[in-house]
Design a binder for this molecule. Structure first.
Ligand SMILES: Nc1ncnc2c1ncn2[C@@H]1O[C@H](COP(=O)(O)OP(=O)(O)OP(=O)(O)O)[C@@H](O)[C@H]1O
Ligand SMILES: [Mg+2]
Length: 454
């Protein structure tokens, strides 16, 4: 009953009471028995108020509650429920509202999961991404972009692109994407720390359903590795051509002289032919080295693995080197652990010994000392070639395994070197899953360590 004297019923209560009073006043002029009139009017008043109360609790109150619940749902609280377990309209309404809330909750969970998936993909993609709207404001930069170009996403989001994207190429790409409404592609370089990186940048326009331009996505792809390969390939071709040109020029020159009149002078002719032979030999060596390298690099390259007795292998190589050493007045000592065996490709292993000993002999002046030591640990066989030669300066050490790299080009070429020896050794070591290190001191000597798994 208290509800009748509170909002929103109080006004209805007043109106009914007033109507009863008004009816009483009107009827009092024609009805003589006041007691019966008052009793009837009171009874009517009470009846009306009871009906009002009933309508309020059965319909108005639940509708009010339903409105509140719908408001909650509208505000995103999909847990909100309206419990009214009657069989009438309100009961049905409550059932519908709860179903709606449950469905919305389901949809919102799915949407959240999808948006999480999407942001995980965006953040973990290997490309930098920037999303720009049609007015030029940035809406999203992904994690990769931030690792490439610094700052935080807060410093990009909400800003106009030309205020926060520093590279001129970004501005051009965005402008051209908007202007031509098609994919715009270009390349640029940028330093990350001290390292120069190459990037491909693609501007992709975004359209809405009516084919109106909505914005653009800028995709940045790190192509440093590809660029390096391209540079390496160009260098390689240039190097090979350069290396071949010297002997070919020489062969051609001497052959021409011989053709002209060299043959009559037998002594001279012999000298020229010797040079031609030496130069063609050099070319053959170079081509063999190149072939060895390319075979090692073949994708389906297969090692011929056998158990190899290191001492036996050394016996096949060392005598030639001892002879050469004696000629060059070098002291070559060999120390190989007894009964040392390892699984390796015999010809390739031989090549390691030959190339390393060759270098030690070439780059050690007279009266120098060269040692070849082979020892073992539980997992590795350790081959060490040391010399007391000219050594290699520190800054050249990181490049020593590059193809065609020679510290002193003229000197190395005089010894017939092509700069492929160590590149081949490194490749062989790598295909055996071993490792190679080198330490050296100018004018003191060089130590090369090769570790091969047993
Ligand atoms: N033991 C060493 N002492 C000093 N310098 C060395 C030594 N080994 C290699 N080098 C330097 O490293 C360079 C590369 O060696 P690498 O064996 O690859 O080529 P190369 O000896 O010049 O030619 P190749 O071995 O193909 O005939 C050499 O040119 C030389 O400058
Ligand atoms: Mg060499």
């Amino acid at each position: 009953m208290r509800d009748l004297f509170k909002k929103p019923l109080i006004n209805f209560t007043y109106i009914i009471s007033f109507l009863m009073l008004f009816t009483g006043i009107v009827l009092s002029t024609i009805v003589e028995n006041f007691i019966i009139l008052i009793a009837v009017l009171l009874f009517d008043l009470i009846l009306f108020l009871v009906i009002l109360q009933f309508i309020y609790t059965s319909y108005m109150k639940p509708v009010k509650k339903a409105t509140e619940v719908i408001n909650e749902i509208g505000n995103g609280n999909y847990q909100a429920r309206f419990n009214h377990s009657t069989n009438d309209y309100i009961g049905k309404l409550s059932y519908k509202i709860n179903t709606l809330s449950r469905n919305l909750r389901e949809i919102s969970i799915q949407e959240q999961a999808q948006s999480e998936q999407l942001s995980t993909i965006i953040d973990n993609t290997q490309n930098g991404l920037v999303l720009i709207d049609e007015k030029g404001y940035i809406h999203l930069v992904n994690r990769k972009f931030i690792t490439m170009f610094g700052k935080t996403s807060k410093e990009y989001n909400g800003y106009i692109y030309y205020d926060v994207l520093e590279h001129e190429i970004f501005h051009k790409t965005v402008q051209n994407t908007f202007l031509y409404e098609k994919n715009i592609k270009s390349e640029f370089s940028h330093y990350i720390g001290i390292e120069k990186h190459y990037f491909e940048i693609i501007g992709v326009p975004i359209f809405n359903e009516k084919d109106r331009l909505k914005g653009a996505v800028i995709v940045i792809h790190d192509i440093t590795e590809l660029k390096k390969l391209e540079i390496m390939r160009k260098d390689f071709v240039a190097n090979v051509s350069h290396e071949l040109r010297t002997p070919i020029t020489s062969i051609k020159g001497f052959a021409e002289t011989l053709l002209e009149d060299g043959i009559n002078d037998r002594e001279n002719a012999k000298e020229f032919l010797k040079i031609i032979y030496k130069e063609s030999d050099r070319m053959q060596l170079l081509i063999e080295d190149l072939l060895t390298l390319s075979r090692l690099e073949e994708e389906n390259f297969q090692l011929v693995l056998n158990k190899i007795d290191v001492s036996e292998l050394a016996d096949e190589i060392v005598p030639t080197f001892l002879l050469k050493a004696r000629k060059k007045k070098l002291n070559l000592t060999v120390s190989i652990e007894d009964k040392l065996e390892l699984k390796a490709d015999k010809e390739k292993l031989k090549q390691i010994f030959i190339n390393l000993l060759d270098n030690a002999m070439h780059y050690t002046p007279e009266n120098g000392k060269i040692t070849l030591t082979v020892t073992s640990t539980a997992d590795y066989v350790h081959i060490k070639v040391s010399d007391t030669g000219i050594g290699i300066e520190q800054k050249a050490l990181p490049r020593i395994f590059e193809r065609f790299y020679r510290v002193d080009k003229a000197r190395s070429r005089n010894t017939g070197g092509t700069g492929l020896g160590l590149a081949i050794v490194k490749h062989i070591v790598e295909v055996h899953e071993g490792k190679i290190t080198i330490d050296s001191e100018v004018n003191e000597g060089t130590n090369v360590h090769v570790y091969l798994p047993r």
